[in-house]
Design a protein around this ligand. Structure first.
Ligand code: UDX
Length: 452
């Protein structure tokens, strides 16, 4: 009887259709489904092949049969809003008619208008933050006028956070003129937040203790991360895989065979996520730096970025290097051969590396990555942050030095010890009875109790 009731309770999960937002919300959806809820995830367009072959615990509903052809995120966000604001109400009525009323919209915090829609339809609304609590608290301080841009002081002190220099803050804050509309977007998350029935964070309590405690003085937030399938946290590789789905196709076989052939903790993995766009000069320095290291390396360069590579790089490094357009990152980070991750510090990559115990060299590019990098290098001590020269470039010598330090140096030893500690804490959080697991259980129980 109880089981039937659980299955009839449905949530709609609505991420912004970009990889860094889809991944954590998809993993959260699967955890909700594993607790007995019916979960439907709203996608931008119909990519049935990827969805049907890789997922069966949740359902997918496209809002369109094609994705807006635009490289511009702002336009894509506008397009998504115009499609979703028409399609979501239809979808909700349709599900109700089929006997699966929707109890709650779990929406990407970047789309606060969905909460208004939920309230208008008499449905619960839960805001999901795909970045860290630290970053959210900085944006909240801006929203409240407690932090002002342009910055007035060289050091910023905010409740629950370490002192932050300008370049430890998100780029939209230290350089507010660069993406004014994004700055507006990230702040708008708080416009109606007090109306949300739940607020979720893709993080875990132990990782951001102080800032989470502070935030709980404002709202009863729930951490539900790390949003990584347990198979990776348990290191039970080869028994199962769970790549998720998204906007890119991983070169899985080539990648895993190559990693299998390498020695334990010997490989440097380099990736800058789904959006970061390195300048040509920076790509060349990175390429030269990788030529200088003694280790094998696996470098993910998205197709659109390949032309920035120095012309002979692939031939010159073919013995020790493998370059791919996309890889199954969780598999790579969980692989025994991976010893270090050179990353742009997107929140998902950061959380994945922390949770899988992989030491990092961090090269933040923009948005929240600078703040994540500060925590990696100075708070959790699980990586080194590269220094940028006066021209805004990280030179090859610096890249080589940081990788050498992490892989073979004295500082690397401490970093490796800390990485193991954080990996264990991450696993504890999502294991049965852990803080994140309990938060998810509580949400499911509350949803079942609340009258629709
Ligand atoms: C964006 C922002 O840049 C980031 O700062 C913000 O916190 C979230 O949204 P993105 O740049 O793509 O995301 O970086 P990240 O957050 O690290 O997400 C990338 C995701 O793609 C990760 O889950 C990673 O596992 C996956 N990935 C990346 C792959 O599966 N294969 C790859 O080859 C590279």
């Amino acid at each position: 009887m109880e089981k039937e009731r659980v299955h009839k309770t449905q949530v709609l999960v609505i991420p912004l259709p970009v990889q860094g937002h889809i991944n954590p919300m998809l993993q959260f959806s699967k955890r909700l489904a594993s607790k007995g809820l019916k979960v439907t995830m709203v996608t931008a367009f119909s990519n049935n092949e990827a969805m049907e072959t890789q997922e069966n615990s949740i359902e997918f509903e496209p809002i369109s049969d094609r994705l807006e052809e635009s490289n511009n995120i702002e336009n894509m966000v506008k397009w998504f809003q115009s499609q979703a604001s028409k399609r979501l109400p239809e979808l909700i009525v349709n599900q109700e008619n089929h006997g699966y009323p929707i109890s709650c919209l779990v929406y990407d915090s970047a789309m606060p208008w969905i909460l208004d829609l939920a309230k208008g339809l008499g449905i619960f609304g839960a805001s999901f933050f795909t970045h860290s609590c630290a970053v959210a608290s900085i944006y909240y301080n801006l929203h409240q006028g407690l932090l002002k841009v342009p910055l007035e002081e060289p050091l910023v002190s905010l409740a629950g956070l370490p002192s932050l220099k300008a370049h430890d803050l998100p780029s939209f804050v230290y350089d507010p003129g660069s993406y004014p509309s994004f700055l507006k977007l990230v702040i708008s998350r708080f416009s109606n937040i007090t109306e949300a029935n739940w607020i979720f964070f893709s993080s875990f309590d132990g990782l951001e203790k102080e800032v989470i405690s502070w935030m709980r003085t404002l709202w009863p937030i729930k951490t539900i991360g790390p949003t990584i399938p347990s198979i990776y946290l348990d290191k039970r590789l080869k028994e199962d895989t769970d790549y998720g789905f998204g906007c890119f196709n991983p070169n899985t076989d080539t990648c895993m065979k190559w990693l299998d052939s390498k020695e334990e903790a010997s490989v440097v993995y380099i990736s800058f996520g789904s959006m970061a766009d390195l300048g040509k000069e920076q790509m060349e320095e990175l390429a030269e730096g990788l030529k200088m290291i003694k280790n094998n390396f696996l470098w993910v360069i998205r197709g659109s970025e390949m032309e920035k590579l120095p012309s002979k790089f692939l031939e010159e490094t073919s013995v020790k290097g493998l370059v791919l357009n996309w890889c199954p990152q969780l598999e790579v980070l969980a692989h025994r051969s991976t010893g270090c991750f050179v990353t742009h510090c997107g929140w998902n990559s950061t959380l994945e590396a922390v949770s899988l115990g992989v030491p990092m060299v961090v090269m933040p590019q923009w948005t929240d990555q600078t703040t994540n990098a500060k925590f990696v290098s100075d708070v959790w001590n699980v990586g080194l942050r590269v220094e940028v020269n006066q021209n805004g470039i990280v030179p090859k010598e610096e890249i080589e030095l940081c990788i050498r330090e992490v892989m073979q140096g004295e500082r690397g030893k401490g970093i490796k010890r800390n990485s193991v500690k954080w990996r264990e804490l991450a696993k504890e959080a999502v294991d049965e009875g852990g803080t994140s697991d309990k938060n998810i259980e509580e949400f499911v129980a509350q949803l079942l109790c609340k009258p629709c």
